[in-house]
Design a protein around this ligand. Structure first.
Ligand code: NDP
Length: 469
């Protein structure tokens, strides 16, 4: 589809929004669960599409689908609780009113998805938007239109007669750009930081709010007291699964000097048998391979050396075996930019503190991982990242109750979990008078009858307020 199709799809979604938002949460949950069941029944077809379009092996596509289904069912089940109206204290000024915060759906949400997880990434976003009561126009990446279509067709099969609730817009970037201008009530974008900027600029024209899930450049820190075998295993998975084309994949490894030798040996052992085309798939786009090559050549040209692989690892177009570089200065693109390929850059650091400092020194702030026997959630406070896993990698992505997203150049806003439902709603403040006193709180303050006692009471409360001991 192209730009002229976009207003038509948005209009269809707008028309469907009234009925969809009027459903009870229970009814929407039922429809979303039927969708999940239909997706599960269509597993073979969807997995085949994911593999064909992205080049990933069946096992990875299965994992992607099943994690997406977990997100869908969690979100469907919890939307009512998250969106439940909340009574708040009205305060002395408006004591005769009830005060309630009500969450309302936004209307129509435009969802723009990437190619790397063409089922999981959209499902996590669509679930929140639909469960909150919005309808959606979903533009999959031009590299993965068939997977995108499969999601929408399964919705229609599971819920016949639901035209307009989930419209799919298979098309190129130009169609995505048009969707940003089409008057939707929010755009949820997942993709590169560069396109994220264009999306935000286009949405600024109409003050359409955005949630941006952009690229990462995540570090894995191996502390002096880490289980190096576990850390090496996690680094291999985090950096090389799906050929490194994971937004929160490991791109940088900082390993404490005391365990660096043992860790490097363990990592080499882990990666020795790993082959592109066998253990993970090809790079999905030629452009992606060009970025990997460019980062590697630049790093090697500036003193970087290979710990794993070499220029011979580029075996055929799109087929690149694991590459680990060391001795790369922190200002080179391989360190500062998202490579999004089967490349990890390893640096030996003094200790966990230095690892944390370097981890925080890039513009992206999506995820981070720490391996340490003594660290717990406290270490997360020191990391500039939207998500942190301790003694694990990417764990947060598989827990449906946890919000997903980053800060800085990785974007803002959250999908998944409670935040991923609230993201697609807005707060409406409602007051209802329950007692009949003369005048409202504010006007009472100006009427001679109420003024003195009320003013005195309010001032007394403020005068006596102290901070916590
Ligand atoms: P892109 O930014 O190239 O594209 C993302 C989507 O935006 C695609 O559907 C694309 O369409 C569309 N698009 C392109 N131009 C525009 C435009 N001007 N206006 C609106 N939409 C447009 O990202 P990739 O598809 O290459 O995905 C990889 C990137 O996504 C990586 O940086 C990765 O880190 C990030 N990502 C982030 C995640 C997160 O949750 N933070 C999760 C997954 C990936 P088309 O493909 O047709 O050009």
């Amino acid at each position: 589809m192209t730009a002229p199709h976009v207003p038509l799809l948005v209009a269809r979604a707008r028309k469907a929004a009234e009925a969809w938002s009027a459903l009870t949460f229970r009814e929407r949950e039922r429809r979303l669960r039927r969708w999940g069941a239909e997706l599960a029944r269509s597993r073979a077809d969807i997995v085949a599409r994911i593999c064909r379009e992205t080049g990933k092996p069946t096992g990875d596509a299965d994992l992607e689908l099943v994690v997406g289904l977990e997100h869908l069912s969690w979100t469907a089940r919890h939307a009512e609780r998250v969106m439940r109206p909340r009574r708040v204290a009205p305060g002395l000024l408006a004591a005769e009113h009830r005060a309630i915060v009500v969450r309302r759906p936004l209307g129509v949400v435009g969802v723009i998805g990437p190619w790397n997880y063409p089922a999981l990434t959209p499902l996590g976003v669509l679930a929140g938007a639909l469960a909150a009561g919005n309808t959606v126009v979903f533009k999959p990446s031009e590299y993965t239109p068939d997977t995108g279509r499969a999601l929408a067709e399964a919705f229609e099969r599971a819920n016949p007669g639901s035209a307009g609730v989930l419209e799919v817009l298979p098309g190129a970037g130009e169609a995505g750009a048009e969707l940003c201008r089409a008057g939707t009530d929010k755009i949820a974008f997942t993709g590169s930081t560069r396109t994220g900027r264009s999306v935000m600029a286009a949405c600024a024209e109409s003050l359409t709010p955005v949630v941006l899930e952009c690229g990462g450049n995540d570090a894995l820190i191996v502390a002096e007291d880490a289980d190096v075998e576990a850390a090496a295993h996690a680094a291999a998975w985090g950096a090389f699964s799906h050929a490194g084309q994971t937004c929160a994949g490991v791109e940088r490894i900082y390993v404490a000097e005391a365990v660096s030798k043992a860790f490097v040996s363990a990592l080499i052992r882990e990666l020795n048998p790993v082959r592109a085309g066998e253990h993970y798939g090809r790079l999905t786009t030629p452009a992606q391979e060009a970025v990997v090559r460019q980062h590697v050549e630049d790093a090697v040209g500036h003193g970087g050396t290979f710990l794993v692989g070499g220029m011979g690892s580029f075996r055929a177009p799109g087929v690149v075996d694991p590459l680990v570089l060391t001795g790369v200065a922190e200002d080179r693109p391989a360190v500062r930019e998202e490579t999004f390929g089967p490349l990890a850059v390893l640096r030996v650091v003094r200790d966990l503190d230095e690892g944390v400092r370097l981890s925080n020194s890039v513009p992206q702030a999506l995820g981070a991982a720490v391996f340490s026997a003594s660290a717990d959630e406290g270490v997360a406070a020191r990391l500039r990242a939207g998500m942190v896993s301790v003694n694990g990698v990417l764990t947060f992505g598989g827990i449906a109750a946890l919000p997903f997203g980053g800060n800085g150049a990785s974007g803002f806003g959250r999908v998944h979990g409670e935040e991923g439902i609230r993201e697609f709603s807005s707060a409406q403040s409602v007051t209802v008078r329950r007692l009949c006193l003369t005048g409202s709180g504010v006007t009472r303050l100006r009427s001679p009858w109420w003024k003195r006692p009320l003013l005195r009471a309010l001032l007394r409360r403020h005068r006596s307020r102290r901070g916590p001991a």
